[in-house]
Design a protein around this ligand. Structure first.
Ligand code: MLT
Ligand code: ZN
Length: 466
């Protein structure tokens, strides 16, 4: 509870029209995983001044503030796990500028990724980071989590496309991080510190994002493979041969079984794993790349390689792939979806080990993901409801994290740590590294008001004293 006096002050700070105290708060309680933490209040900020006033108020009363974009996250980064105020950035939804000379877009953080794609296209430009949720996730959330996506195998993740950030510090001061130029080495890169900081260091209010010239052509290929071992070997071969597709998406045997009926083509008998590839570039370049990729798929034992330039079937294939996370959620009673990455030469070994871990605990393991980045979405699934199976699923997840790090990889390649992976952060970060990062957080936010209790192993803090 917030006291009547605190609420009066908050209303005076941000205005009654921006403050939600009734049942509408429910819409701001959960993210994509649908586990709700109801905040005491929601502030729908309309200006930088609102955010400054909110954070100054929160510092005075030591009330947690959790920034939130579109709420499509998968790690609990936007959940108000300690109560307090959720700061919704949804009204910061303007594309302020598309500049084809400098090839940048100036946007507010609440703009949806796909809206920027649509705004950039008439200028012959595009914004490469394309998380599977690009039709619903916000650019601010993408930057806060340093989101990836299928195209990142060629173009790199969100970090590579952030030029400049304007942000409000927990103290209420406004800072600008990074120049607008592509180069700039003055001092430490606070911009890079904010990218991927999961809303724990500052509230991003404006972003200058790099755009790329749109390739003349994009060809889509689907390699119908006998098993995931040949898919993993194929990804390694494509890399060794020096080819760079603009997507290299994988579905293992269990994922193929799940979506077989949703695909726009019948799969031949014996096809149990899929690689969805794209080749983009100049007209001749894209075609040559597609041919070389098709050839390698054949050599790797593909039963068939389907190829098209655009069209309904390619669109449907991408829809099935982008919906995979939802499809698994719809068809299993419980799901934990992870985003580990391992070096490309350890992919198959990692996948087999994950399956063995699942079998040992009696839960399903299904995998898909961005194979060209070594990034596997290992889904740990159960057809049973209930705490007992969920506990077994988490045990499997913990072992999967250990495996990924042992193989030289990471526990999170694109979704962030948030609150769900927080208990496991020590698997990847050394105590020294974690302490150093916690000290950085303390420097930015001495009262620990901004998205507290996330990422690191904070000692248990009492629910804020309201
Ligand atoms: C994806 O690539 O589909 C997303 O990262 C979400 C997921 O983990 O499934
Ligand atoms: Zn992904």
């Amino acid at each position: 509870m917030l006291s009547a006096e605190q609420l009066r002050e908050l209303e005076a700070a941000v205005g009654a029209a921006s403050l939600i105290l009734d049942e509408r708060r429910v819409a701001f309680a959960a993210d994509e995983l649908k586990v709700p933490y109801l905040p005491h209040a929601v502030v729908e900020a309309r200006s930088v001044a609102d955010i400054q006033a909110l954070l100054r108020w929160a510092n005075r009363h030591k009330v947690p503030v959790t920034p939130r974009g579109a709420g499509t996250g998968l790690s609990g980064g936007a959940l108000a796990v300690r109560g307090g105020v959720v700061l919704s950035m949804a009204r910061f939804n303007r594309i302020l500028e598309i500049d084809p000379v400098n090839r940048w877009a100036v946007v507010e953080p609440g703009v949806i990724n796909f809206q920027l794609q649509e705004a950039a296209a008439p200028h012959g430009l595009f914004y490469p980071p394309d998380p599977a949720s690009w039709e619903s996730s916000s650019l601010g959330g993408n930057v806060a989590e340093d989101a990836g996506g299928p195209r990142c195998v060629k173009y790199g993740v969100t970090r590579a496309y952030v030029l400049q950030l304007e942000a409000v510090l927990p103290s209420g001061e406004v800072i600008t991080c990074g120049p607008r130029t592509r180069k700039g080495v003055a001092g430490y890169s606070l911009r890079d510190l904010l990218i991927g900081s999961e809303g724990t260091l500052a509230v991003i209010t404006r972003m200058v994002l790099r755009l790329q010239p749109k390739p003349a052509r994009t060809l889509t290929l689907l390699a119908l493979l006998p098993d995931s071992a040949s898919a993993c070997a194929l990804a390694a071969t494509i890399n060794r041969e020096g080819l760079t597709p603009s997507a290299l998406e994988f579905m293992d045997e269990a994922a193929v079984e799940l979506v077989r009926g949703d695909l726009p083509m019948a799969l031949p008998e014996g096809c149990r794993s899929l690689l969805l590839l794209e080749a983009d570039g100049g007209r001749a370049e894209a075609e040559e790349l597609a041919e070389r990729l098709g050839h390698l798929c054949g050599e790797a034992g593909a039963l068939d390689v389907w190829m098209a330039e655009g069209g309904e079937k390619a669109a449907r294939l991408w829809e099935v792939r982008r919906r995979l996370s939802h499809t698994t959620r719809e068809r299993f009673a419980q799901k934990l979806s992870e985003d580990i990455a391992v070096p490309l030469d350890r992919l198959q070994e990692c996948l087999e080990a994950c399956r063995r871990l699942g079998q040992a605990k009696g839960v399903h393991v299904l995998a898909y993901g961005h194979l060209g980045d070594g990034n596997l979405h290992v889904n740990v699934l159960s057809r049973e409801e209930g705490e007992a199976s969920l506990a077994r699923m988490w045990q499997v997840v913990e072992e999967i994290f250990r495996l990924a790090v042992d193989f030289g990889g990471t526990i999170t390649a694109e979704h962030g740590v948030g609150c769900w992976k927080q208990p496991y952060i020590g698997i990847e970060l050394s105590p020294q590294s974690e302490q150093l990062q916690m000290n950085i957080k303390r420097l930015f936010d001495p009262n620990n008001i901004l998205n507290p209790a996330k990422i690191f192993s904070w000692p248990q803090i009492e629910e804020f004293d309201a």
